[in-house]
Design a protein around this ligand. Structure first.
Ligand SMILES: Nc1nc2c(c(=O)[nH]1)N[C@H]1C(S)=C(S)[C@@H](COP(=O)(O)OP(=O)(O)OC[C@H]3O[C@@H](n4cnc5c(=O)[nH]c(N)nc54)[C@H](O)[C@@H]3O)O[C@H]1N2
Ligand SMILES: Nc1nc2c(c(=O)[nH]1)N[C@H]1C(S)=C(S)[C@@H](COP(=O)(O)OP(=O)(O)OC[C@H]3O[C@@H](n4cnc5c(=O)[nH]c(N)nc54)[C@H](O)[C@@H]3O)O[C@H]1N2
Ligand code: SF4
Ligand SMILES: [Mo]
Length: 720
């Protein structure tokens, strides 16, 4: 039986798998012992791929809604009918209201993302957005770009092991691969590599940490400023590196000078001695690496918080050193997003908000703001957005302020949705398209970006139903609309990526997609101290602690932090009613955002959403471990199951995100029962640089929900 090497994309990816195929079906899937990043390891998501592919509820052919939006009644159509309907509806909406009246939305780190942006540009709309772009990896990558010109991650791969790892606002033991696959931090813990962890909630890493800083949610920027000051005051930085390679050190020292231990401790709730100890460890452990997560980005301080944290490994001389915080490989080029294809006058009309990182002032990459784009659908302001194409985004669940999303999507004239399964969002669409899972797609990709791999091969080994890759859908739709992006085949795009790779690394000349299928991946030598050859990839060639480029684009050239919009400090008027600080997120192993709730082997592992809180706070509310509780604020209420954790602040609660209930059935699948984004706000204020919104650090109250039937409903479904 043939066995194929292919990359899993059950999360952001990186594990190589061996798939056995018999009679056109995948019959076995096991992690590849030779996989350069996973070395035979995998997780439950990847290992459930066969169950996912042949799930009875999987979408297998296109369908068209019959009856009103949300009626839950559908009929199958052919791909031809679907393309014809979509092409003609988009054409007429664009002719009537301009290309900007059409929006497209995607989600996090999918194989097709580069081609998704290209698709928007070729369609001619600037309103291309995603539920992740502004609050996930974007701010971290931008911090890298505006500080050193590149991005960086932990050097888990070289001969020198990290001397210590600063883990900030991330739980990488679960949430790989946002930076790295989860195996690496677990290995590091086993080896006894010291960790410094910044997190308001205990987890398996905080338990093992040399130092755990339990900060008040939303105050990461303040803590980073305080630690920078302490490092500078106590001369714990690398003097030579700072002298030779950093620009604006004095300006930074001046900016952070207000963040003395007392003030930093008062704002963040981290004791002064721990802040000083963190500075000492960060300044003295060599080499030190940084693993960080989206918790520091899901805030109105996102960009500057990321800048401040990024500077810590830089000024302490840990940047691009063996075992330290090393430049990402970023060798795999992606399909050209063709930003130049967008008409400049139309580009100006994009619903970007006044955020210089996204609106073309500071970068050629344009990102429409997801909440503001939905607001345009809802209100017609600044102009009507009438049609939406969603590929890989369960908008009702992952975008903030879900009731707002529901209202907005109801207003659309035409909505196309592509996914593996029906979801609450799919039910609002006019046309739903069946997407291919990772064993059904040919793709060249590089994720995570830090390991010693230039590119991994994801290859199509079987066809399931009439499912298509998102890339094939974009191409064929463009072809049918007479747009020239469709002239290239997906095969030509993949070969083009490999040819570009070979131009950069001549040793890979001649590796086309057929040869790549056999090889499975391409891995060049890692290099260190890249800046010593040609300087940093910034305007000045230095590490820009002060960024003139930011100043010219209308952003703050130095990091800073302001109190988020809805905390006990900024909104004391609300604390009587909503005395608890709410943070949302906290990934779990079986799920990827809102995926997989219908996959029984995964659901069994974590059947219900958990809200973590302190036992004393729970006792005051009459809540015991495992009780269902309401979590409520001004925007609505949801219910999750209480988990009591003694090592939390008494006024902090942390709920899971991504929840809906396939077993609740169409049309709404319990979309508003436990969905954290019922509680979040998407309206301004946003991060002034990049438009990020607050998903961590909001206010709420919690009280018992004695009549919840979610568990009974699940048990009935699980027995079937
Ligand atoms: N298994 C699995 N893996 C995933 C995902 C998944 O859904 N499942 N999602 C992927 C995606 S899209 C991403 S972005 C990453 C996210 O991965 P992570 O960045 O690890 O995100 P979370 O687990 O949501 O949150 C990380 C930590 O932030 C803490 N936290 C909450 N509020 C704050 C705060 O204000 N400050 C600080 N410092 N910490 C805070 C939480 O307690 C939690 O331990 O994971 C990716 N990988
Ligand atoms: N409150 C709160 N909200 C958050 C977060 C948080 O921590 N708290 N995290 C945010 C973050 S970091 C991110 S990145 C976003 C993520 O948000 P998204 O990435 O948009 O995740 P989902 O909305 O769950 O959408 C995923 C949908 O895409 C489908 N899908 C998966 N792969 C493919 C594919 O290849 N093709 C197609 N067509 N469909 C596919 C899945 O089946 C699922 O239904 O959510 C954000 N929202
Ligand atoms: S960690 Fe990600 S890439 Fe690896 S098996 Fe799990 S889902 Fe797949
Ligand atoms: Mo994300």
């Amino acid at each position: 039986m043939p066995v194929y090497k292919t990359a899993c994309r059950g999360c952001h990816g990186g594990c190589m798998y061996l798939l056995t195929v018999e009679d056109g079906r995948v019959v076995a899937a096991r992690p590849d012992p030779d996989g350069p990043l996973n070395r035979g390891r995998g997780c439950v998501k990847g290992m459930s791929i066969i169950e996912q592919m042949y799930h009875p509820d999987r979408l297998l052919r296109p369908r068209r809604r019959v009856g009103g939006r949300g009626s839950g009644v559908w009929e199958d159509v052919t791909w031809d009918e679907a393309y014809d309907t979509i092409a003609s509806r988009l054409r007429s909406i664009m002719d009537e209201s301009g290309p900007e009246s059409l929006a497209i939305i995607s989600g996090t780190g999918r194989h097709h993302l580069a081609q998704f942006w290209r698709f928007g540009n070729v369609l001619g709309t600037p309103n291309a957005t995603s539920s992740g772009a502004l609050i996930c990896l974007g701010p971290r990558k931008n911090a890298g770009e505006f500080t050193v010109g590149r991005f960086a991650g932990v050097d888990y791969y070289g001969a020198v092991r990290p001397g210590g790892i600063l883990v900030w606002g991330a739980n990488p033991a679960i949430s790989g691969a946002d930076g790295e696959l989860s195996f690496h931090i677990r290995d590091a813990v086993r080896e006894g590599i010291p960790l410094i962890v910044v997190d308001p909630k205990p987890n398996e890493l905080t338990e093992k940490a040399r130092l755990w800083l339990r900060l008040r949610p939303g105050t990461d920027g303040a803590l980073a400023m305080g630690i920078l000051r302490e490092i500078i005051e106590n001369e714990l930085y690398d003097r030579e590196f700072v002298r030779d390679w950093c620009l604006g050190f004095d300006a930074l020292a001046e900016r952070v000078s207000r963040w003395d231990l007392r003030r930093t401790a008062a704002v963040t709730r981290v004791p002064e001695a721990q802040i000083a100890e963190a500075a000492r460890l960060i300044g003295t452990i060599k080499p030190l690496a940084l693993e960080w997560g989206c918790a520091v980005e899901q805030s109105t301080n996102a960009f500057q918080t990321c800048r401040a944290i990024f500077m810590l490994p830089c000024i302490t001389g840990n940047y691009d050193v063996p075992g330290g915080f090393v430049e990402s490989m970023e060798i795999a080029p992606t399909a050209d997003p063709l930003f130049d294809r967008l008409d400049p006058e139309t580009a100006k009309k994009g619903i970007f908000g006044d955020y210089p990182i996204n609106d073309g002032r500071l970068s050629p990459k344009l990102f429409a703001h997801p909440w503001l784009t939905l607001e345009a659908m809802r209100t017609g302001r600044p102009y009507p957005v009438r049609a939406l194409i969603s590929s890989a985004n369960n908008t009702l669940i992952s975008v903030p302020d879900s009731r707002h999303t529901m209202e907005a999507l109801q207003k659309l004239d035409f909505f196309v949705y592509m996914d593996f399964f029906m979801t609450p969002t799919a039910e609002l669409a006019d046309i739903v398209l069946p997407a291919a899972l990772w064993p059904e797609v040919d793709s060249v990709f590089c994720m995570p970006e830090f390991g010693d791999v230039a590119a991994l091969c994801m290859q199509k080994v079987v066809q399931v139903g009439e499912c298509k890759s998102d890339e094939d859908f974009f191409l064929e739709l463009c072809r049918r609309m007479g747009l020239d992006y469709g002239a290239e085949s997906q095969r030509e795009i993949n070969d083009g990526i490999l040819a570009e790779l070979a131009r950069r690394r001549p040793q890979y000349a001649g590796v086309d997609f057929d040869r790549f299928r056999e090889r499975g991946w391409i891995a060049p030598e890692r290099t260190y101290y890249n800046y010593r050859k040609a300087g940093f990839a910034t305007e000045s060639g230095k590490v820009e602690l002060y960024s003139d480029r930011l100043a010219r684009g209308g952003a703050d050239p130095l990091p800073d932090w302001v109190e988020p919009p809805e905390t006990p400090v900024s909104r004391p008027d609300l604390t009587g009613k909503y005395p608890l600080i709410l943070t949302t997120g906290s990934r779990t192993m079986p799920y990827f955002i809102s995926n997989n709730r219908q996959i029984r082997s995964l659901r069994r592992r974590h059947p219900f959403p958990l809200v973590s809180m302190h036992p004393a706070a729970a006792a005051r509310l009459g809540v015991r471990e495992g009780d269902w509780v309401w979590i409520e604020n001004e925007r609505g209420r949801i219910t999750q199951k209480a988990r009591l954790l003694a090592d939390m602040d008494e006024d902090v609660v942390s709920c899971e995100m991504g929840w809906w209930y396939p077993e609740a059935g169409p049309p709404y699948y319990g979309w508003d029962e436990s969905n954290a984004n019922i509680l979040t706000a998407g309206a301004p204020p946003h991060d002034p640089a990049g438009g990020a919104y607050q998903l961590r650090a909001l206010l709420c109250r919690v009280y018992p929900n004695p009549t919840c039937d979610i568990e009974a409903r699940y048990n009935a479904w699980a027995k079937k």
